[in-house]
Design a protein around this ligand. Structure first.
Ligand code: ADP
Length: 502
């Protein structure tokens, strides 16, 4: 059963009000009527709430601002005006002020009153929904406008003909036009004439005819023209907005000239760097090759001096010859190391499937003398299969294990070679219990000729070994780094990509 409606009758004529109240009470259960005899009392009662509507009988031939006064107290209450047959102007006036319905006194019946009360309530509900929708629309419009205004990209809205409807602040700044100068004008004037500047219109027409177009909904690169006729490279996309009446189109556009220039510059730098690296490698390779022959002659003749003339030399001369031989030996090592360094890229071999266990075995075999002399113990665990240049990988392990043996203290070297499966690559570590180094130098030691322990009598070397390791690892798309606690040991860690076939 529906709820009993509670209405307030505002009627200056007490007798009249009582008559209507009685008529309602006698005949109808669904409507409860309460009356007051002045507008002020009505406003007071309305302020207390708990009413479903008001029936207002204007006191004279005009409603003055009575409905407005009631509305000021309650914006949502349905209001019905009760008039006599000749008061249609009062009805019009009241409706304008916000009344929902009217009743003609001479025709009032209980049934009619109830019906009109329900209509008034229904109308008020629709009005509320409409207001709420309008409010939502206003909010979403405000939000959209805020996005348009704050956007760093140019946002340009077009109608179906390609005429500009909206031009946001970013577009104003980029193109140098105030929005009012462009609204209503064709978008084509924003693109370089001659370079198919008509393409947006063509795209819009094609889209409307066939529902698609190669220029709609895709990222394209164009040349755009500013008000001062300067041209810039723009990346843009035109998106259709399907509205009920006719679609509109939104252009999102960004000036990418600076990005393009930076990319061009980067490409140039990369090419220059590659060229200069190639030149340098070639230079190193030629120089080391050309130095080998005279050096071999020096070593050979010195050895001859040592064998054939040694006994004829006094002590000072013998010492000098020994220095020359030793110097020549060191120079030979340096040339060999430099050549190895340059060969990482010049003499690279094709990448193939290799098992790291076999690689480590080969490296250990090459270090047999050092291992025996130092009584080093090397534990190797979980070596993976990888895709690599076998010779270079042997070199990599040999350099790192060789260093782990070389940079030892009085303890016998304990070296551990382990591989772990990372998220997207193998992580290989070579850990030792040697002298270690200051971790502040962890990056520097991978640079060519950088040596931390330069005491030649104790630790011979050229400072090229780790630079070679870095080149090899990077050629295999990996990274290499080191950790250490001085006096406790070091760990050299590098990554290798997974075998793609795995
Ligand atoms: P080299 O051994 O010929 O000096 P490297 O490039 O192989 O050249 O190494 C550079 C420097 O890094 C070494 O001089 C040494 O100071 C330090 N280093 C390398 N490996 C180790 C290690 N396992 N323990 C301590 N220091 C090391």
């Amino acid at each position: 059963m529906s709820r009993r409606l509670h209405f307030l009758l505002i009627d200056n004529d007490r007798e009249h009000a009582i008559r209507i109240e009685k008529m309602i009470q006698a005949a109808h259960e669904s409507l409860q009527l309460e009356f007051v005899t002045s507008l002020n009392l009505g406003i007071e009662r309305l302020a207390k709430g708990d009413l479903d509507g008001v029936i207002l009988k204007p006191s004279d031939n005009s409603s003055h601002n009575t409905v407005l006064e009631l509305r000021a107290v309650n914006r949502e209450i349905p209001i019905i005006v009760l008039v006599t047959q000749g008061q249609m102007d009062v009805v019009a006036d009241s409706m304008q002020q916000g009344a929902q319905e009217f009743l003609i006194e001479e025709q009032v019946t209980c049934e009619l009153l109830l019906q009109i009360a329900k209509h008034a309530i229904g109308k008020m509900e629709s009005l509320k929904t409409l207001e709420a929708t309008k409010e939502q629309f206003r909010e979403s419009d405000t939000r959209m406008r805020a996005v348009l205004n704050a956007s760093l990209d140019c946002i340009i809205t077009l109608d179906t003909e390609g005429d500009i409807l909206e031009f946001n602040p970013a577009a104003e700044e980029t193109f140098g036009y105030p929005s009012k100068d462009l609204v209503g004008r064709s978008v084509c004037q924003l693109f370089l004439p001659g370079e198919n500047s008509n393409f947006p219109i063509g795209g819009l027409k094609e889209y409307q005819q066939y529902g698609r177009s190669p220029t709609i909904g895709k990222r394209i690169e164009v040349k755009a023209v500013c008000k001062d006729n300067s041209v810039f490279i723009a990346e843009m996309a035109i998106h259709p907005v399907p509205l009920e009446a006719a679609p509109i189109f939104t252009i999102f556009l960004r000036n990418i000239t600076a990005r393009r220039r930076a990319e061009e510059r980067q490409k140039q730098y990369a090419a220059e760097l590659e060229r200069s690296n190639r030149d340098l490698e070639q230079y190193v390779s030629i120089v080391s090759h050309d130095l080998t022959a005279p050096l071999r002659a020096i070593t050979g003749f010195c050895q001859l001096l040592q064998i054939d003339y040694y006994t004829r030399f006094d002590e000072k001369a013998q010492e000098c010859v020994t220095f020359i031989v030793e110097g020549a030996r060191r120079m030979r090592t340096l040339i060999d190391d430099l050549r190895t360094y340059s060969r990482v890229t010049t003499k690279k071999k094709p990448i193939e499937h290799v098992g790291c266990q076999a690689i480590v075995d080969a490296a250990v075999k090459n270090l047999e003398i050092e291992i025996t002399e130092s009584r080093a113990e090397i534990a190797v665990e979980d070596m993976p299969e990888v895709i690599a240049d076998k010779t270079q990988l042997i070199q990599l392990f040999q350099n790192l294990i060789g260093n782990a043996i070389k940079y030892r203290d009085q303890r016998e070297p304990r070296i551990c070679v382990v591989a772990e499966r990372g998220e997207c690559e193998w992580i290989v570590s070579i850990c030792d219990n040697g002298i270690g180094f200051d971790p502040a130098n962890a990056d520097r030691i991978f640079e060519i000729f950088q040596r931390l322990h330069a005491d030649e009598t104790q630790y011979t070397g050229t400072g090229i070994g780790l630079a070679v390791c870095k080149r090899i690892v990077e050629r295999h798309q990996g990274r290499i780094w080191a950790k250490s606690i001085p006096g406790e040991g070091s760990s050299f860690i590098f990554t290798l990509p997974f075998d793609p076939g795995e």
